[in-house]
Design a binder for this molecule. Structure first.
Ligand code: PEP
Ligand code: MG
Length: 582
């Protein structure tokens, strides 16, 4: 029995069999030992992956050659030569046979040997071939691991996924009926993979270094997503202990869900809108069951993922319309496409960048690809005829972007009017405040929009210069850092000073202690994952607004994030002990 500590990103306890899923991104794979009868099958899998990879590369080479000429496609000729290298192929087959291992492990082990050999050669040209081997190796490994996803689909029963990494698009394609929980080696608390864990409502833990090498398919593990603990091959006593902890969690959740019909209102009658963050329209029932009043953030980028073509206007219209109608009369805030950072779509060829979080993403991408942007805006506008829809732009850094986006929106309106489509001509438009410049200039931005929503996941990343995806520095990713809470305070005051409402849709407001603080600063709306809503509501319903205001003012005066957080936790304990016990 072995215990590991990671970052718990989605609460609850799961106990079950492991399914090790390789992402194909790393050549550092755990050894999967196979029986003698499976060896010929593993060799056949390897050969099939070689053929598939060859076909893919021939296709890319042909396309490139047609589009930009023979020379640029030569690199793919080099890739094909690597795939045809008999020594490499035979080496892999030897490893499968001699070590009785799975094809992906054998291939990764041989490729690693090649890297080593090439890096010792004193020849610049040959050294450069390493990157060709890496590229083609990743493609082949991806094909081998892609089969694993099929293996998962065909698997009978539920499993706990363990993987070095799960991209947001991988996570989005997980089937909740098959997956009990997941554990990854990398990822920060507000990475989109973590956020998707919460939306799937399964326990999830990220950032457990080197755990995959410790696991074999079919090992039994415990995943305690509330506390970030994983136990491998637990004894019966430990299983019983975690089972009863899991039961307590379910009990508390069921208890709090009973608040679903009640408003998020303080003891002295201050009303807060409590809405939900969603990624897919099939999450709507969960918004209702956890007492959400509408959708405060619809992350539409998942529409564009796991597919090879762009979503059409009609397809988007139908999805937005469904959400608008089901949520009516509550509001649904649709955030326009926020790709980039850790979210990519294969239908959009966004080039690899050195600093994707600071790069060509979100509204910056949309304003340069107005065709894609306008299609989405037209779909939202058309759906606005069926409910209370609002539009929100991500990654606003200055007034320029709001004005440029408004022009595209106006064009879309004019077109729809001409074409005779009904829509809400007065649709409200808001900006996410998630870039420091937007918070600092929120007084000027407030004159250009109808509302603000604080995107604290990115705000913290940019203000503290901490990559939100990086588990190694997650310990300094501090939502209550004085710089963050001052910027939040400033944004709310500037918004109110210009008569617009201000909400918050970052993950930090899922913490009921922090929710108290936001209420005390005068926030008008809090939007969080559906599972987080009952606790936030309970906290709001347990405090007097006047007290929350005093708590918030005192919190603003501390010098460190830890002091602020300890203080808020203590205050939460004072108003609602049961939220702190858990
Ligand atoms: C945020 O940045 O806080 C936010 C809500 O958006 P996302 O997590 O999708 O970047
Ligand atoms: Mg963001």
């Amino acid at each position: 029995m072995k215990e590991y500590q990671g970052i718990g990103v989605s609460p609850g306890v799961a106990i079950g069999k492991v399914f090790v899923l390789h992402s194909g991104e790393s050549f550092n794979l755990p050894k999967r030992v196979v029986g003698p009868e499976q060896i010929s099958n593993e060799i056949a899998r390897f050969e099939e992956a070689l053929t598939r990879t060859r076909t893919e590369i021939l296709g890319i080479r042909r396309k490139l050659s047609d589009q930009i000429g023979r020379e640029s496609s030569d690199i793919f000729t080099a890739h094909l030569l690597i795939l045809e290298d008999r020594t490499l192929i035979e080496d892999v087959i030897e490893v499968i046979k001699n070590e009785r291992v799975g094809a992906e492990y054998a291939f990764a082990a041989v490729i690693q040997r090649y890297f080593q050999a090439f890096s010792q050669i004193n020849d610049e040209y040959l050294k450069e071939r390493i990157s060709d081997i890496r590229d083609v190796g990743k493609r082949l490994l991806g094909n081998l691991c892609g089969e694993e996803k099929k293996r998962l689909e065909e698997f009978q029963g539920k499993v706990i996924i363990a993987s070095h990494d799960l991209s947001p698009s991988d996570t989005a394609s997980l089937d909740k009926n098959k997956v009990l929980a997941f554990v990854t080696e990398i990822g920060g608390p507000t990475s989109h993979t973590a956020i998707l864990g919460r939306s799937l409502e399964i326990p999830a833990i990220v950032g457990i270094d080197k755990i995959v090498n410790e696991l074999q398919d079919d090992d039994t593990i415990i995943v305690d997503g509330t506390h970030g603990v994983v136990v491998i091959n637990p004894d019966q006593h430990t299983i019983d202990k975690f089972n009863s902890q899991g039961d307590r969690f379910v009990q508390l959740t069921n208890e709090l869900d009973k608040l679903r019909e009640l408003p998020a209102e303080t003891l002295d009658g201050k009303r807060i809108i409590l809405s939900a963050n969603i990624e897919f329209h099939h999450e709507i029932p969960s918004v209702f069951s956890h007492g959400g009043e509408g959708v405060g953030l619809y992350r539409t980028e998942y529409f564009y993922m796991n597919r090879t073509t762009l979503p059409t206007e009609q397809e988007q219209y139908e999805a937005y319309r469904k959400v608008a109608e089901t949520m009516h009369p509550h509001q649904v805030i649709i955030r326009t496409l926020d790709l980039g950072g850790d979210k990519f779509a294969s239908s959009l060829e966004i080039p690899h960048e050195m600093n994707p979080s600071l790069g060509w993403r979100a509204i910056r991408f949309c304003l340069m690809r107005k065709d894609i942007f306008k299609t989405q805006l037209r779909a939202i506008l058309r759906a606005s005829a069926h409910g209370n829809l609002k539009i929100m732009y991500p990654m606003i850094a200055s007034v320029y972007e709001i004005r440029a986006a408004r022009e595209v929106l106006n064009e879309a309106k004019t077109e729809l009017e001409r074409e005779g489509f009904p829509f809400n001509k007065d649709i409200r438009v808001g900006a996410m405040v998630e870039i420091p410049s937007a918070a600092l200039a929120s007084d000027v931005l407030a004159k250009e929009v109808d509302f603000f929503s604080l995107g604290t996941n990115d705000l913290i990343q940019y203000v503290l210069a901490i990559d939100r995806m990086n588990e190694k520095i997650a310990y300094i990713y501090e939502p209550t850092h004085p710089a963050i809470i001052r910027l939040i305070d400033m944004t709310i005051r500037n918004g109110h000073g210009h008569n617009i409402w201000v909400g918050s849709c970052g993950e930090m407001s899922s913490d009921p202690a922090i929710a108290l603080f936001l209420v005390g600063l005068g926030i008008d709306e809090i939007s969080a994952s559906p599972v987080a809503l009952p606790k936030i509501k309970k906290a709001i319903r347990s405090v007097r607004y006047a007290d929350a205001c005093e708590i918030a003012q005192r919190a603003l005066a501390f010098h460190t994030g830890k002091e602020v957080y300890d203080f808020l936790k203590e205050k939460l304990k004072g108003v609602c002990q049961e939220l702190v016990d858990e």
